[in-house]
Design a protein around this ligand. Structure first.
Ligand SMILES: O=c1[nH]c(NC[C@H](O)[C@H](O)[C@H](O)CO)c([N+](=O)[O-])c(=O)[nH]1
Length: 154
């Protein structure tokens, strides 16, 4: 048998979106792309909760809390870690990734990694609704597929 989540069975699925305020000029666009995608796939506005945190480093602990609440079928994590001139880029980027991974494993609820890690602001903006598309919208598709897989097949 092949078990796969469907993008066309979103009825009753509930999503949390954890979004980092750091580099908000980017993360706001990622969030907009995600919500547009959820809406396009018939997820109701009242079935999407958005939680803001200071930075990408804080995303994991909130994602795990939301996952463990039992109220959501998937948790979409959004952030933008930009190397630019920051010294602790690697620490933040790696912590964000392991934080989201741990949140999913510990809560048993799919936690989707929609945190951009870019060299500079141009790269980030290109991936948040620019020439390279919107990584927030792509991550929302992943959230829908995983939520459907867990709800209907696992
Ligand atoms: O989301 C980000 N947080 C960043 N730092 C803040 C971090 O996420 C925490 O909020 C902070 O370290 C306090 O815990 C970033 N930089 O430092 O460059 C960044 O690029 N992106």
């Amino acid at each position: 048998r092949h078990l796969v989540g469907s993008l066309n069975r979103t009825e009753g699925l509930r999503f949390a979106v954890v979004v980092a305020r750091f580099n908000e000029i980017v993360t706001r666009r990622l969030l907009e792309g995600a919500i547009e995608t959820f809406t396009r796939y018939s997820v109701k506005e009242e079935d999407i909760d958005v939680v803001w945190v200071p930075g990408s480093f804080e995303v994991g602990v909130v994602a795990e809390k939301l996952g463990k609440s039992g109220n959501y079928n998937a948790v979409l994590c959004i952030g933008a870690v930009i190397r630019g001139d920051t010294s602790h880029y690697d620490a933040v980027a790696n912590s964000a990734a392991s934080g989201v991974l741990s949140a999913g494993l510990n809560s048993g609820v799919p936690c989707i990694f929609g945190v951009l890690t870019c060299e500079d602001m141009d790269q980030a903006l290109n991936r948040a609704g620019g020439k390279a598309g919107n990584k927030g919208a792509e991550a929302a598709l992943t959230a829908i597929e995983m939520a459907s897989l867990f709800e209907h097949h696992l």
